[in-house]
Design a protein around this ligand. Structure first.
Ligand code: MIG
Length: 805
């Protein structure tokens, strides 16, 4: 405990010292000369530094600075997915005082002396973001004593003027509120069980944020995997700065003005989330740990007996033989294939945990294929002196794979054959910060060298990307092993770009109301950071929950992409039935509703895949011009149309709900409200306040116990007309399992509703895509006119109209 306190004091002091010292760092510039290529300029400064600006798109400019030396020719990042951008139209103009780059959307003004960069809107010349001081570097080692790893490199930083009304969003997984204004954060992937609000850093590093001022948004992705810092005016009224303990000052500037557009560009740059299998949107159940096999069967039959929907069950670390990854414990799971077959007949998939630690045999004669092969192929991490790096994790003494080696990632992926052969449907990556029981701060790993494209870099650079590369090896392995199936990987730690390979959950939360209240800001912030498929252990991971907390937790997670109840080994049982029938009945209602809403959820998830705009949204994403949404994080939206205002405290059965401008329908009663105001609504334990935007159509399918139980038929389009009597909706369908959607095997149907002289008319657009879902029946119900509905309609391929009377 005292050690922890001392550590906290040291870290807190380091953060404050950094905040003060940022201004005393050496500053780049001024400009002496300039060269130009087809899509970039390189500026040379009189201190021999160089700054390179590359125009990637009309709304995307990359800034790279190299201090007192030329820009290195080597240019590589594990986060970046797309590098071949067609050069957009742009212009360069020079005056004695400044250099200006102009695209159709952005104007970048570089002041020569001092060297300061402004980003402006090319059309209005409005200032979006401006350097507060020239980009800086710690030439004199002023920060060496407070840097975590003095060998990491040289501290580099950029400082921006803080807008009086500027709000900050993103930064991935932070145990913090939605609006990050006046806060400071660092990134160093850390195993932080039982974290609560304010704990920083936690598991993931996504060094991407969005600034919003007067409704106009820009984004900055600081692509640097070293321990990094972001300070959004926490210690100064003037500046928002970011920096890192090494590496390049290398950032991408995105211009909106809409946040949705920025998220689309960010997804283009770092990769779009592929669609997971549809069953990943089903209900999931986990426990540290269900074993033996008969207990797993018992959990599943309990679900079925109680008419609770379930798609996935998890095997935590105790399924293995002595925590050896890629093995099954023979006593506990004598025949894993028989188990997965049996569960498959009940519609349930099995996901197994795979940690990075490979057990180091304690006896020379002990054979363990993962260790033996990896050692022989020289795929394990070593210390700088050549010693094998031996951290301690669940198996005791272990080794880690150097995932920067492409052959090692391939080998790791192929090792998963034991899972695919046994019918395991997905892989859960845990402990991948990487956690090390010897020392959780990373000190024990500082001299661990990774191959890193031949650069032979150390932990300071590679810690934050370890999980990304492990997930990549896993994902690509599953793609090879089961080419006709979409991989399903879930991870705890991450770096930017993780969405290409894995979904995520928010680690070891507490079964407390405070922990629950973090769900909404965390899920929405992750969505604003390029990670759409998110969720949290339903009910909380650590400690003793209760029925009320569990119900309120489901009332958030039933609409999160990842909905999994999970619990610590010595925590109190919390499967949906554990607190009695009263709570179980309410949980059933929400799980059934989740399955009914699958057509809407899947359509919205596909939008996230395609556009980068997440499913689980803060209100500000849909109402960017409305300042009342800027720090609203006790409500959320799903897609454009569903607004949910959960209860986040015990004994509360009423709450204020903010409804943005427009009209809204109460989901439960169809009662209409006029938005642009707060309303006060009842929320007894069985009700989560939920509203539908007027003008929406919500597609609702039949009640299912698991995905694929039977065809999703009929789908009812619930129509919520706006004041003009109009509504629009989309339905996305595909086979839910294979990657064929990537080559056009999907169907997207767009529908428009208008008021007619009698009743309403639905016009069904021509189906997009090559997937043929076969004949299926649809119902239509107009929520503003309860007597108007039709049932049993078909949606043909071609455009046509349906009369609703
Ligand atoms: O040191 O595998 O966050 O979900 O149940 C704890 C055991 C390791 C941490 C994960 C948790 C999982 C647990 N793991």
């Amino acid at each position: 405990m005292t050690r922890l306190l001392i550590l906290i004091v040291i870290l807190a002091t380091a953060a404050t010292a950094l905040a003060q010292d940022i201004t005393s760092l050496e500053k780049i510039g001024p400009v002496t000369s300039l060269t130009k290529t087809t899509n970039s300029i390189t500026i040379t400064c009189n201190d021999a530094s160089q700054v390179q600006l590359t125009i990637l798109a009309p709304d995307l400019v990359r800034v790279r600075a190299s201090f007192t030396k030329p820009i290195p020719t080597k240019d590589h990042s594990w986060a970046i997915n797309k590098t071949d951008w067609p050069t957009p139209r742009w212009n360069l103009t020079e005056t004695p005082n400044q250099i200006t780059l102009t695209t159709d959307e952005l104007e970048v003004v570089i002041h020569r002396s001092p060297l300061l960069i402004d980003f402006r809107d090319a059309r209005t010349h409005q200032l979006l973001n401006a350097d507060e001081q020239p980009m800086s570097y710690d030439a004199k080692g002023l920060l060496a004593n407070i840097m975590f790893d003095p060998e990491a490199g040289m501290f580099v930083a950029a400082s921006k003027k803080l807008g009086f009304d500027e709000h900050f969003y993103g930064l991935g997984e932070k145990a913090a509120r939605l609006d990050k204004r006046r806060s400071a954060f660092s990134n160093w992937n850390s195993d932080t069980p039982g974290y609560s609000e304010g704990k920083d850093p936690i598991y993931q590093t996504i060094p991407f944020y969005i600034g919003l001022q007067h409704g106009i948004a820009y984004g900055i992705f600081f692509d640097n995997s070293f321990r990094s810092y972001f300070n959004f005016g926490q210690s100064s009224q003037q500046r928002a700065w970011f920096g890192a303990e090494g590496g390049e000052l290398n950032y991408y500037f995105f211009y909106g003005p809409s946040i949705k557009k920025i998220l689309g560009r960010y997804a283009d740059l770092t990769g779009h989330m592929p669609l997971p299998p549809l069953w990943a949107l089903g209900n999931q159940q986990s426990r540290w740990s269900y074993y033996p096999d008969t207990m797993v069967e018992e959990v599943v039959s309990e679900y079925r007996k109680r008419d609770l929907p379930l798609d996935v069950v998890y095997l935590d670390i105790d399924y293995m033989n002595g925590y050896r990854v890629f093995t099954f414990n023979k006593e506990r799971f004598p025949d894993p294939k028989a188990l997965t077959d049996k569960l498959a007949r009940q519609g349930v998939k099995v996901v197994t945990i795979v940690d990075p630690g490979i057990k180091h045999p304690q006896d020379k004669n002990e054979r363990y294929h993962a260790f033996d092969q990896g050692l022989e192929k020289n795929f394990f991490q070593h210390r700088r002196n050549g010693d094998l790096f031996v951290p301690r994790v669940w198996p005791g003494e272990s080794v880690f794979v150097d995932y920067t080696l492409p052959e090692a990632r391939q080998w790791w992926g192929d090792l998963h054959r034991v899972y695919t052969d046994n019918g395991i449907a997905g892989i859960w990556n845990d402990m991948n910060e990487p956690s090390d029981f010897v020392d959780q701060t990373g000190k024990n790993q500082l001299d661990v060298v990774s191959y890193d494209e031949g650069e032979k870099t150390t932990h300071a650079k590679n810690r934050n990307t370890f999980a990304l590369l492990m997930a990549r090896g896993t994902y690509e392995g599953l793609e090879r092993l089961r080419p006709d199936r979409r991989p399903y990987v879930i991870t705890r730690a991450a770096y930017a770009g993780i969405q290409r390979y894995a979904t995520m959950w928010t680690g070891d939360t507490n079964s407390t109301w405070d922990s629950l209240a973090l769900n909404i800001p965390m899920f929405t912030s992750l969505g604003l950071s390029g990670e759409p498929f998110v969720g949290s252990d339903v009910g909380g991971f650590i400690g003793r929950g209760n029925g009320e907390l569990l119900v309120r937790s489901y009332q958030i997670s039933f609409l999160a992409p990842f909905c999994r109840n999970h619990k610590q080994i010595d925590g109190y049982d919390q499967e949906p039935w554990r607190f009695g029938k009263y709570y179980e009945d309410i949980i059933r209602k929400y799980l059934k509703l989740r399955y009914a809403l699958l057509p809407y959820l899947y359509t919205t998830l596909e939008e996230a895949h395609r556009s980068g705009v997440p499913l689980f949204r803060p209100l500000l994403l849909n109402y960017q011009d409305d300042p009342s949404t800027y720090n609203l994080d006790d409500q959320f939206m799903v897609g454009d149309d569903l607004l949910v205002a959960p209860i986040l405290k015990p004994d509360v059965t009423r709450r204020l709900v903010y409804l943005p401008e427009g009209s809204w329908y109460d989901y439960w009663t169809d009662k209409k409200y006029t938005g642009g105001t707060m309303i006060n609504v009842d929320a007894p334990l069985d009700v989560v306040p939920m509203f539908v935007r007027a003008g929406a159509m919500i597609s609702v399918g039949p009640s299912l116990n698991y995905v694929g139980e039977r065809t999703q038929e009929p789908i009812t389009f619930n129509i919520y007309p706006n004041e003009k009597g109009e509504a629009t909706g989309t339905l996305y369908e595909d086979d839910g399992l294979s990657p064929a959607y990537k080559s056009g095997a999907f169907r997207r149907t767009k529908l428009n509703v208008r008021r007619a002289s009698r009743g309403f008319v639905v016009s069904v657009g021509a189906a997009e895509g090559a997937y043929n879902p076969g004949a299926r029946k649809f119902n239509f119900a107009v929520k503003s006119s309860p007597r108007i509905s039709v049932t049993g309609m078909t949606l043909d391929n071609g455009p046509h109209e349906i009369q609703l009377r």
